[in-house]
Design a protein around this ligand. Structure first.
Ligand code: BG6
Length: 513
């Protein structure tokens, strides 16, 4: 295997200024997202010196807790999910910035209490009335919470202070509901105040797609239909539905993964170079790609999409139950846990270059990667090497868990006769930059504090993502699947997913670890 030249590890610390003074209000502060991701991310930001000195958190949730109970809980949570030991010396000053308010989001009396607490915290921590509200709640509360805080003037901005709201997915469950949600929010706040999070954009390797494409001179000239045969995007997960059966059975993999995470990967891979790294310049180019994805006709949905549901099988060497046997899933559920499809992008750069994508639960490995497969050399000189054994050049962007980039190319096998083999040149993030503790939310939270919306989805992008998915949802709903479950847990999806590519004379690249 070809290797890059040995280099000392460049352990580059994250550079940047701390965010603006502010209070973060977390609605849903006793929940899983807060414990697993938000709190560890805040702690990592504090350790990296990127949290402003004037910073506080007001947690709001139904669970009964005092400020002290909340501080104890966050210590447990950070310890459990941060993966790093808490530094006792810095913990106290971190924890003292956390406050808690018990309340039900449906109760109108809660919101004036939020306002009172915020006024006091703002005064005590000199946070200049800059507030951002993180809605770590069920989507049914999004509109209501923003409406209530806006009615109390808590979304009003001034010359010297800002107000922002951060919303987690799902943004609607189809195009129509996404539009309704956007309209509702945009009546209460300006687009510049709305931060729609897609946690895939917090991943270093996802951000690196832009760096790789636009900071290097050698890739962009070949990044088009003349040189690229096709693109494959795989987001494989080993987990099942992990106690989220009731949410997942209503959503399914198509809604859960495609209009959001996978559309981000497609748009970053396919977009034109933006004129600057200004938030709207980047998002304009991403949005253009999403709009250029050819909407499928009903007939195309039948031939260019595949859905699957896992049956009983093996994951990580253990027997695991079928999807239909998971908690909160009906025994005759027709919800898909796997999706594959072929998309085409109607523009000059990508005309006739298929983008194949697949994502599923209970696959053999956890692996997200993007394969850019180049066209074969036009003429093969090596007559004695059977051409079908020569693999085409593939550039692979490894998103997770391995983070890096590899390039596959042909090389001479050493020896007296001319024989060709396929080799890989690998770049691994960790080898060059070391490992930084990260949940992926650090960058996104910091961006909220400095007002950078580049990595957040704009209303039109969300709607464009749903426009791609809606025709598929419509056909799938009209024609329920009859063959579920159609792949065993621990497999790369149903056979039809392989057929989708093989029909075009192509193959998925499976990474086994
Ligand atoms: C979430 C989905 O948005 O992304 C989950 O709701 C999925 O079903 C998760 O498991 C995947 O994220 P990651 O970061 O583990 O790839």
């Amino acid at each position: 295997m070809a290797q890059l030249a040995e280099r000392p590890v460049a352990n580059t610390p994250r550079v940047g200024k701390p965010g603006d003074p502010c209070v973060m209000v977390i609605f849903g502060a006793a929940g899983d997202l807060t414990a697993r991701l938000l709190l560890p991310a805040l702690y990592n930001l504090a350790r990296a010196g990127l949290l402003p000195k004037e910073f506080a958190v007001l947690g709001v949730a139904r669970a009964q807790m005092s400020d002290e109970d909340f501080r104890k809980k966050i210590r447990e949570d950070v310890k459990e999910y941060c993966g790093e030991c808490i530094e006792d010396s810095s913990w106290e000053s971190f924890a003292q910035r956390f406050y808690y308010l018990t309340g039900n989001f449906n109760d109108d009396n809660l919101y004036p209490q939020v306002k009172d607490r915020l006024a006091k915290i703002d005064h005590d921590h000199s946070t200049h009335q800059n507030f951002f509200y993180y809605l770590a709640t069920a989507p049914s509360f999004f509109g209501r919470i923003v409406e209530k805080i806006a009615a109390l003037g808590l979304m009003d901005q001034g010359n010297n202070h800002w107000r922002r709201v951060v919303i987690e997915k799902p943004f609607g469950h189809d195009l129509e509901s996404a539009k309704v949600l956007n309209q509702q929010l945009l009546k209460l706040a300006d687009e510049k105040q709305i931060y729609r999070i897609d946690h895939y954009l917090g991943k270093e390797t996802v951000q690196n797609i832009m760096a790789f494409r636009f900071a290097n001179g050698i890739f962009e000239p070949v990044w088009n239909r003349r040189y690229i045969d096709h693109v494959q995007i795989s987001v494989a997960e080993t987990v099942g539905v992990e106690g989220r059966g009731s949410y997942f059975d209503h959503a399914g993999t198509l809604r859960d993964m495609v209009p959001n995470h996978i559309m981000q990967l497609i748009s970053l891979t396919a977009m034109e170079p933006p004129i600057s790294f200004d938030a709207n310049a980047v998002r304009d180019e991403q949005a253009k790609i999403l709009h250029a994805i050819q909407p499928m006709s009903d007939q195309e949905v039948l031939t260019r999409t595949v859905r699957g549901q896992y049956g009983e099988g093996t994951a990580a060497g253990e027997r695991v139950p079928a999807y239909r046997a998971e908690a909160d899933v009906p025994p005759d559920s027709r919800t898909e846990t796997f999706v594959a499809m072929k998309l085409l992008i109607d523009n000059w750069r990508w005309a006739d270059v298929p983008f194949y994508l697949r994502t599923g639960k209970r696959m053999p490995v956890r692996n997200t990667h993007i394969v850019i497969q180049f066209r074969r050399a036009p003429f093969v000189l090596f007559r004695d090497t059977s051409v079908e054994h020569l693999m085409p050049n593939q550039l692979v962007l490894h998103i997770q868990p391995e983070e890096g980039i590899s390039l596959q190319f042909a090389a001479k096998v050493p020896g007296p006769v001319m024989r060709l083999g396929t080799v890989d040149m690998n770049f691994e993030y960790q080898q060059y930059f070391g490992k930084q503790p990260s949940t992926g939310y650090e960058r996104l939270l910091h961006d909220c504090m400095i007002g950078d919306q580049t990595l957040f989805q704009r209303a039109d992008m969300v709607e464009a993502g749903w426009s791609v998915v809606d025709p598929v949802l419509n056909v799938w709903t009209a024609l329920p699947p009859r063959n579920f479950p159609n792949y065993p847990a621990g497999a790369w999806g149903p056979k039809e997913a392989d057929d989708l590519m093989e029909h075009d004379g192509r193959h998925w690249r499976n990474f086994e670890q």
